[in-house]
Design a protein around this ligand. Structure first.
Ligand SMILES: *[C@@H]1O[C@H](CO)[C@@H](O)[C@H](O)[C@H]1NC(C)=O
Length: 329
């Protein structure tokens, strides 16, 4: 294994394996205001209508892991003590389209589909995600609706499923379906469970990449690593990746709305700009100022049912910096 770092990748939370460790800590850290960020609107649609989220559980899932992820999804549009997941989503709502409509605050978990038979195998290409959606909407009698008005499909693959580029270049990605495969164009995102395959890569900061050649970050209260607020590094890491992808698919669903950079095939999107940033002062291997619960687990936002989560910040277009509700300034 080579060194771990961050890289811009197609609509993804992305990691490259061939640059240096400095990039891991600093390349994408715009926690401080930066006039160098050229995030622009490219005239395409955003997700301004209430979102109907459809989750496809691909493979074999632990029910308690599913419950944690479900509670995170419910928390996006539910009240919880400040700073909440919904407060975190406020920065995403600041993005508008050419009609002046903002991204919606209303995200409903409208359906779930259990693809426990691994309908498309245990090694998935990027393109096969579209076939998984197609199978889920064609399945009877428990198939998902094909909602082309305001549907958003989220495929979550279990620990034993390998996905093209997963753990090598990406932890998740978003894109949209082709009518030739699914029948219509709908936005979707995929996130993999990294807890067994590559926690050091995709469940940072709850796991540390041993092959990075660097010591784990200090300053987490004497622990080498931050402890996961819901008890599983893979799931708690996945939640931040899900948050990342939901923020990006909402602001750039057809890859022609909000992104930085000149190349639409490698856009830098609103969460890419803030990778590794979870609180004030992030950078240099430090995740930023976050909270600790009474068991010493790290978190930065509250959710439903007393849940706590750690989600990365996103680029706030009004403040022109990475921002989250747990900011101290
Ligand atoms: C909509 O976006 C504009 C521009 O960023 C912002 O000023 C306004 O507060 C946003 N509205 C909501 C409800 O977030």
């Amino acid at each position: 294994m080579q060194l771990l770092t961050l890289l811009l990748c197609f609509c993804s939370q992305a990691f490259s394996l061939n640059q240096n460790q400095l990039d891991f800590n600093q390349a994408k850290n715009y926690e401080g205001s930066s006039n160098l960020v050229d995030l622009q609107y490219h005239m395409g649609p955003i997700l301004s209508s209430p979102i109907n989220l459809y989750v496809i559980w691909y493979g074999h899932w632990n029910p308690s892991h599913q419950a944690t992820i479900r509670d995170f999804l419910y928390s996006l549009s539910s009240p919880a003590p400040f700073p909440s997941v919904a407060d975190w989503w406020r920065a995403v709502r600041l993005y508008t389209d050419q009609t002046g409509a903002n991204i919606t605050s209303n995200i409903a978990l409208s359906g779930e589909f259990y693809d426990f038979k691994y309908s498309h195998g245990m090694y998935l290409s990027r393109l096969s995600m579209q076939s998984i959606i197609s199978s889920a909407v064609r399945s009877h009698p428990n198939g998902l609706p094909l909602n082309y008005n305001n549907g958003l499909y989220l495929i979550l693959t279990s620990s034993n499923v390998q996905v093209q580029d997963f753990c090598r270049a990406v932890c998740g990605f978003h894109y949209f379906t082709f009518p030739s495969i699914v029948g219509v164009t709908v936005p979707y995102a995929w996130v993999g469970y990294s807890g067994t395959q590559c926690p050091g890569m995709c469940a940072y900061p709850f796991a540390w990449p041993k092959y990075s050649g660097m010591p784990p970050p200090s300053g987490n209260g004497g622990n080498d690593l931050m402890k996961a607020p819901n008890g599983d590094a893979g799931v708690d890491g996945m939640i931040s990746v899900i948050a990342h992808e939901l923020a990006e698919v909402s602001s750039n669903p057809l890859v022609n709305a909000w992104y930085a950079g000149d190349d639409p095939t490698a856009p830098t999107e609103i969460a890419d700009l803030c990778l590794g940033v979870y609180g004030t002062g992030a950078g240099g291997g430090f995740v930023g100022a976050v909270y600790k619960d009474s068991w010493g687990n790290g978190f930065n936002v509250n959710g439903v049912k007393g849940r706590k989560f750690l989600v990365q910040w996103v680029w706030n277009p009004v403040r022109r910096r990475c921002f989250g509700p747990n900011a101290m300034d």
